[in-house]
Design a protein around this ligand. Structure first.
Ligand code: KG4
Ligand code: ZN
Length: 344
């Protein structure tokens, strides 16, 4: 089954063609980063306006790269939410219209479920259940026990900011560019991760929730103090602060995720979402799993492009959901800014 999928929940205009939920025939992403870098973050109306002229060319490019005609596409999938409402409207209107014109079933997908399915893409051996997943993005941050396709138990989630959001906000505090995650990661290469002892929230071993707003405030106070003492932020201070902050975020994510793995004993661990592209997070996760003798395979999406927002992951989720329940198709995809994935 070949699904053409569309994703416009935030600032990426994306379309892909995925076969049987795993084989990526094309994965086209038009990123708006250059636009949002000017304002240091995404302005929703600006993002929506930029999706409009890009959506059809991106879809056409996805078909072209897959070397397919509309007649060879079996269904259309689209992100229904959660996300920026005005951005979601562009994708859902395009998907609904194309489904009507080409008479294809339309499969609505929850964006977080999309991230959950990113590890299924281009995977040679099929993933088995129960699977423990850490979703770590700009807008969401959960530890999910996936018992089967579409069957999830949320073991923990962020009580305030998601890790990616904290990366973006701290980058702003440090005067770095947007998006903050890759910038912090780059600057941290020259910093000392032990220079500043930032707090780790909710240290209890059996609590799998996260909190990053206290850490963000601690960075803000430390930066204000530095400005008062030194009159400005020197390059080395910025690097040390970025490295120490990154270390604190990664330490919280790794500790909670590995503790959850010890309790729930899944057959495999997967880390997904934009922050799963972070080099230090990957390194720390693998090192600690090894030093703690956790004999459970630990993996990340097969390609860095599957970590951050993309449409291929939406096509994968759509395929498996459709296999479970063909009645999930909708005549029109109506976007929902706060679309809960438990009810998806
Ligand atoms: O999954 P994603 O593309 O969009 C959401 O669904 O939110 O994630 C975007 C987030 C941003 O906060 C960005 O700063 C973060 O992922 N991110 C990273 C890295 N690459 C992207 N954070 C840390 N290190 C990275 N290398
Ligand atoms: Zn996302």
């Amino acid at each position: 089954m070949k699904i053409l999928s569309i994703e416009t929940s935030c600032d990426e205009t994306a379309a892909a063609v995925v076969e049987n939920g795993t084989k990526v025939l094309s994965n086209v992403i038009y990123s708006q980063i250059a636009t949002h870098a000017k304002t240091g973050g995404v302005v929703p109306e600006v993002a929506a306006r930029e999706h409009v002229p890009k959506i059809l060319p991106v879809i056409e490019q996805a078909l072209k790269e897959a070397e397919l005609q509309w007649s060879q596409i079996d269904a259309i999938a689209v992100t229904k939410g959660p996300g920026l409402l005005s951005s979601l409207i562009v994708g859902t209107v395009a998907a609904s219209t194309l489904a009507e014109i080409h008479q294809k079933p339309l499969i609505p997908v929850n964006h977080i479920e999309g991230h959950i399915y990113a590890p299924f893409l281009e995977r040679e051996d099929p993933l088995k259940f129960p699977l423990l997943i850490l979703t770590v993005s700009g807008g969401h941050n959960e530890i999910i026990l996936m018992k089967d396709h579409g069957k999830y138990e949320i073991l923990g989630e962020t009580l305030d900011d998601a890790a990616g959001e904290a990366f973006d906000k701290v980058a702003r505090i440090l005067g770095l560019g947007y998006p903050g995650g890759p910038e912090i990661s780059r600057v941290a290469e020259n910093g000392d991760p032990t220079a500043i002892d930032f707090p780790r929230a909710i240290p209890q071993k059996n609590n799998f929730d996260f909190s990053f707003s206290g850490l963000k405030t601690a960075v803000l106070y430390r930066v204000q103090q530095e400005k008062e003492q030194s009159g400005q932020l020197f390059k080395q201070f910025i690097a040390d602060c970025a490295a120490s902050f990154q270390e604190a975020v990664c330490d919280s994510l790794v500790s909670k995720f590995l503790n959850a793995a010890k309790v729930h004993k899944p057959v495999e661990l997967q880390v997904t979402g934009g922050v799963s592209a972070n080099k230090r997070l990957r390194e720390m996760m693998l090192e600690r799993a090894k030093s703690e003798d956790l004999e459970i395979p630990l993996n990340f999406p097969q390609n860095l492009a599957f970590c951050t927002d993309n449409a291929a992951m939406i096509g994968s989720a759509a395929y498996f959901k459709y296999q479970q329940d063909p009645a999930i198709v909708e005549p029109l995809a109506v976007p929902e800014a706060c679309f809960s994935f438990e009810s998806a």
